[in-house]
Design a protein around this ligand. Structure first.
Ligand code: GLN
Length: 285
């Protein structure tokens, strides 16, 4: 028996709800299996679904319901800043909050007289920040670092597919730059910032699938910021800029860290669209 698309969607959404999963995953996963854009998907709601497509969809749907494997690991991609990025189990799945970090960084760079700046994305993961900045700020030079060779592989693939020119360097946050004493104009990073003690509060789709290295940091989640501030002192000069994504409880702590490392700099805590402290922007004085 052939099933119509809307019937499958309805059944699958209910199935996910009953399993305490987000119903919307059904729609996105079905779109992916049909190879449809969102508009084609809605235009074809009354059409029947080929049985092999239905079977493959059902297998993935059950896997998601049973294990919590994220949609993006099933489809292999996530959208970020209007572009499609490849992801896998070696990198953090892009989050919408990080689009805000990128937006603030772009605004800060475009308001400068000279946009021929060197930007460093420390801990680039899938490369979303570095690649987006390279494409949106064509005059800038963008360097992306990561300690994980597997992550750098993903970032490289994404850069090539999206036609972005970035330099990838393997190492711990800014270490590849300190090794060569390369000055940095803009430091941007969305480092791991979750404290180990918060592990149990995380959803299974996150804690069992995003890489540990991308999620957790020692010192109440502040270790990465501390390390970067130590590394940055010899690399950053007057007028250079720091843009960090932070955990919503870390505003004051990270602000203090930045201001201690760079006396006189004014670190601003910026809220995300949900009204949570999410970004630190600091100009070095
Ligand atoms: N910079 C990457 C991102 O924002 C990776 C972040 C991470 O792994 N903590 O997605």
């Amino acid at each position: 028996m052939k099933l119509k698309q809307y019937e499958v969607l309805k059944w699958a959404s209910l199935f996910l709800e009953e399993n305490n999963r987000e119903a919307r995953v059904a729609e996105l996963l079905l779109q992916h299996h049909l190879g449809f854009t969102r508009s084609a998907f809605f235009a074809n709601m009354r059409e029947t679904i080929p049985s092999e497509v239905y079977q493959a969809f059902q297998t993935d749907l059950e896997k998601h319901a049973n294990t919590g494997i994220p949609l993006q690991h099933l489809t292999g991609y996530e959208e970020f800043y209007g572009r499609r990025f490849q992801v896998n189990e070696s990198v953090l799945i892009p989050r919408p909050e990080t689009e805000e970090l990128v937006q603030h960084t772009i605004r800060a760079v475009t308001s400068r007289e000279n946009q021929k700046v060197r930007i460093v994305d420390a801990g680039t993961g899938s490369g979303i920040i570095a690649i987006t900045l390279a494409l949106e700020l064509p005059e800038a030079e963008v360097i992306a670092t990561d300690i994980s060779p597997e992550a750098l592989q993903v970032a490289q693939t994404n850069a090539a597919r999206l036609g972005a020119t970035i330099t990838l360097m393997e190492g711990d946050f800014l270490q590849p730059l300190t090794d060569e004493q390369l000055p940095v104009d803009i430091l941007v990073s969305n480092p791991p910032y979750i404290a180990e003690t918060e592990r149990e509060e995380l959803h299974d789709t996150v804690k069992n699938f995003d890489p540990e290295l991308a999620l957790f940091a020692a010192d109440d989640g502040l270790a990465a910021y501390k390390k970067m501030m130590k590394q940055a002192t010899t690399l950053m000069n007057r007028n250079s800029l720091i843009a960090f994504e932070i955990g919503h409880m870390q505003g004051e702590a990270v602000k203090q860290l930045v201001e201690e490392s760079f006396p006189g700099s004014n670190a601003e805590i910026v809220q995300d669209i949900n009204g949570k402290n999410r970004i630190i922007m600091a100009k070095i004085k």
